[in-house]
Design a protein around this ligand. Structure first.
Ligand code: SAM
Ligand code: GLN
Length: 294
């Protein structure tokens, strides 16, 4: 579609981009347009506003139109920008990995609270994706060693890059594995974990049609969907975790809206967990279930 306004300077580009995204029904059209222009021009947002009269080169103009249209088609902003913030780290994200969500920061907080005052810790992150949880933990727990698994070798490649980028690659070991599978012969009674944390896939396949296009059409489906009404991975994790955890230590799991009660029930019937606690996210969804191995 041809722009209706003067797209030769940054001010014109902002007006056109915002209008285009608004009409396409994209969330936060104003901020999105600013971030796309910052991405192209390498200005930060303050600099962008100080240079509104600056001309947009032909190359930038064409590229800007392409990116705005790409975002309008549903392609996630974070994949266009190539990075996102999570807890206090910045991570590379690409279509091979799930985009870390703010509610998952609760899992990080819970593990950090559990380790308060402790010098060391051995942590397992199951389904690490971009490495978000593992890397945020390593960054904030200087004495921790972490194993992070994922079934996707493409995701693990991105996660390893993120560990290098954040300078903690010497303390996080990334490992291709179907949940605990590759650890079976590595962990014995001398070598158990002090915490297991996971944000596994948890969307029931029947919910697929209700998901926003951004998620359904662009994020890896193996990061999203789980059989057994979304609880396939929680069941498996709760079943195996006792073998891999020391006594008295933490298991923290993220769940979807409506799953907290069932997951609490699974922990209780496993008879190896105590002090089951539920934490809500900012939208009051019961989002994280914590418990201690007996
Ligand atoms: N931990 C990351 C986060 O919170 O941003 C990613 C979470 S994403 C919802 C779930 C992750 O689990 C994906 O990276 C997916 O590839 C991985 N996964 C799916 N099936 C798995 C399996 N059987 N074993 C290990 N990881 C798996
Ligand atoms: N919270 C994610 C979403 O609905 C799903 C994450 C997951 O399956 N673990 O977009």
């Amino acid at each position: 579609m041809l722009p209706m306004v003067n797209l030769t300077d940054l001010r014109g580009a902002l007006v056109w981009g915002e209008d285009f995204l608004k009409k396409a029904g994209v969330e936060a059209p104003e901020l999105t347009t600013q971030l796309l222009l910052c991405h192209l021009t390498k200005f930060n947002r303050t600099e962008l506003f100080l240079h509104l009269e600056e001309a947009l080169s032909e190359i930038h103009r064409t590229e800007f139109e392409r990116l705005v249209q790409k975002r309008a088609s549903g392609f996630p902003l974070q994949y266009i920008l190539g990075e996102c913030d999570f807890y206090n780290v910045t991570l590379k994200v690409a279509p091979e990995v799930f985009i870390p969500r703010p509610e998952t920061e609760i899992l990080v907080e819970e593990v950090l609270t559990f380790f308060k005052g402790k010098e060391e810790g051995f942590v397992l992150d199951l389904g690490t994706g971009s490495g978000a949880i593992a890397i945020a933990l390593a960054k904030n727990l200087p004495g921790a060693r972490i194993i992070a698994t994922d079934i996707s070798v493409e995701a693990l490649k991105v996660a390893r890059e993120n560990a290098l980028r954040n300078g903690i690659d010497d303390r996080v070991l990334f490992c291709a594995s179907d949940l605990f599978e590759s650890l079976k012969n590595e962990v014995d009674t001398e070598n158990r974990f002090d915490a297991i944390v996971s944000n596994p896939p948890y969307i029931a396949p029947s919910e697929k049609r209700n998901l926003p296009k951004e998620v359904r059409d662009f994020e890896p489906s193996e990061a999203l969907f789980a059989e057994e009404e979304g609880l396939f991975f929680h069941r498996r994790i709760i079943g195996s975790a006792p073998t891999y955890l020391k006594a008295g230590v933490l298991l923290a799991l993220e769940v979807a809206l409506g799953q907290a009660k069932k997951v609490t029930g699974l922990l209780e019937s496993a008879s190896c967990f105590q002090e089951v606690r539920i934490r809500e996210d900012l939208t009051r969804v019961k989002r994280v279930i914590c418990s201690l191995r007996t």
